[in-house]
Design a protein around this ligand. Structure first.
Ligand code: GLU
Length: 487
């Protein structure tokens, strides 16, 4: 595809979940294209996996859509170099391998499984790394033709030069060189006529006109082999940007097993999509210059300031506290309406009785760091939990179970007459009562909070809780509290 525009691709294998490291690759790939006004391509690499995972491709589509990483070319939207699903391209590769055979850069290999197994066993016994010994590398042409005509099964292998080095420059890891003698004559086409994963990946990148390959550093060691293929074909080598691994700590990679490795896990815990993207962008990348100190970035801002030079080659450690702090900041920046919309599903998990959600949300928003922590704070609305009257004792508020009884008795008539739709009016009426009694507000209202929730820490003070639950429930709970204090 002749074009001088930047073309990048995200080439996920459908595993059924979106690992944080993969999503970061998708983000950097997107940013690289968009920053250069280029094209961001989605290619599904569904041929290298052991088994088909139901719904796995939808996880990729949904995650990219939710996070705003919209692709310009891809399986559903099409484009000039489709199909964009690797399994639909399988017929395209063999001719490229045959071209290399014709040019003497690849060869047919007829070695059987048994021969290779015996060879590898011998190599292992000698303490060598297992490798192909080049048995079929220089078979005479006539013999090859005879064996092909006889229908003998074969693979196509690349002829890797025996001497010299293959080097390449990676934007992140710098110049890397590997001795050709350390590389095996890699298989390009398997016995079934299908390409190996590496071969398909290289041919696809070339046919799709990819200018920048951005992927995890686990592919760094295969890249010299990829380069030898580009060289064999005489194709332009893309710019390589390998990203450092995302680690749980210094020793362990972030893995699916510990329950926080995927985008889906984080969203299920109540992290906001935008906050997750903001955080993962900073996992191993940092902005430079005037933005060096800034931590909160929208996707549009990232597109503007993106540079792959900011990617560090040291492994990135996933810091849950930093993610939490960024998430809290995103929650604080939501409008009250947006917050309520996002909080409501979590509130509904815990509360099944009518409450004033707007007032609840006004109380929750400034304190909430992760939406998933909302339900546990609301467990007293449906049913009053059992509690001990000793909870009424609070040094700071100068309350005891005895003063609580006085306070609740004084509050009852005030609450009976209050307008529960007007939180400030209820508060003012309570405040006036406290003044009349010559007491501090806390002396009067702290016991109300306990009477309504059975808890010391609640999302809102006594009058807020009362207005959230409404008059009827409030009066009932205050009466019950008095009975408990009297009993
Ligand atoms: N399909 C590979 C993966 O999901 C990506 C390989 C690449 O980007 O070259 O890890």
């Amino acid at each position: 595809m002749p074009s001088n525009k930047v073309r990048t691709r995200f080439a996920p294998s459908p595993t059924g979940y979106m690992h944080v490291g993969n999503l970061r690759t998708a983000l950097y790939t997107y940013l690289m294209a968009k920053h250069e006004d280029g094209t961001f391509i989605l290619r599904i690499e569904d041929t290298d996996q052991g088994r088909y995972v139901e719904g796995a491709v939808d996880v990729i589509y949904n995650t990219l859509r939710e996070t705003g990483l919209l692709w310009d070319e891809g399986p559903d939207v099409g484009g000039p170099v489709g199909p964009y699903v690797q399994s639909e391209r399988m017929g395209m590769f063999k001719q490229y391998a045959e071209q290399l055979v014709a040019e003497g850069k690849a060869y047919y290999c007829f070695c059987t499984e048994e021969r290779l197994e015996a060879l590898h066993a011998e190599q292992r016994a000698n303490g060598e790394m297992t490798h192909y010994d080049g048995c079929c590398r220089d078979l005479p042409k006539e013999e090859v033709e005879k064996r092909l005509a006889a229908g003998e099964p074969y693979v196509i292998r690349q002829k890797i030069p025996k001497e010299g080095v293959t080097g390449f420059d990676d934007v992140v890891y710098g110049h890397i060189e590997v001795n050709n003698s350390e590389m095996d004559d890699q298989i390009l086409i398997k016995t079934d006529g299908m390409p190996t994963y590496n071969f398909a990946n290289v041919v696809d990148d070339h046919l799709m006109g990819i200018t920048h390959v951005i992927r995890g550093s686990e592919y760094l060691s295969s890249t010299p082999k990829y380069n030898l293929l580009y060289q064999a074909f005489g194709w332009d080598i893309p710019t390589y940007i390998h990203c450092p691994p995302v680690m749980k700590d210094a020793q362990n990679k972030l893995s699916k097993r510990n329950g926080d490795a995927s985008y889906q896990d984080l969203v299920a815990k109540g992290y906001l999509s935008d906050a997750v993207m903001n955080y993962i962008c900073l996992l191993g990348w940092s902005p430079k210059g005037e933005y060096a100190e800034q931590e909160i970035f929208s996707l549009d801002e990232l597109v503007k300031i993106w540079s792959p030079d900011g990617i560090s080659k040291s492994p990135a450690i996933f810091d849950p506290l930093k993610l939490r702090a960024i998430n809290a900041e995103y929650i604080r920046r939501l409008s009250p309406e947006e917050f309520q919309k996002k909080a409501e599903p979590w509130i509904d998990q815990a509360v099944h009785t009518p409450i004033n959600k707007k007032l609840l949300c006004a109380n929750l928003q400034p304190r909430c760091e992760v939406l998933g922590e909302i339900p546990e704070q609301l467990d007293f609305f449906d049913a009053m939990p059992d509690y001990d009257v000793s909870l009424y004792a609070n040094k700071k508020q100068k309350t005891t179970p005895e003063t609580a009884k006085e306070a609740l008795e004084a509050l009852l008539p005030v609450l009976e007459n209050a307008d529960f739709d007007n939180r400030d009016a209820v508060f003012d009426a309570c405040k006036a009562k406290a003044e009349e009694l010559g007491k501090k507000n806390g002396w009067l209202l702290y016991p109300l909070g306990i009477a309504l929730s059975g808890k010391q820490r609640t999302p809102g003070g006594g009058t807020d809780l009362a207005c959230m639950m409404g008059r009827e429930k409030t009066l009932e709970r205050v009466q019950d509290a008095l009975a408990k204090l009297n009993g």
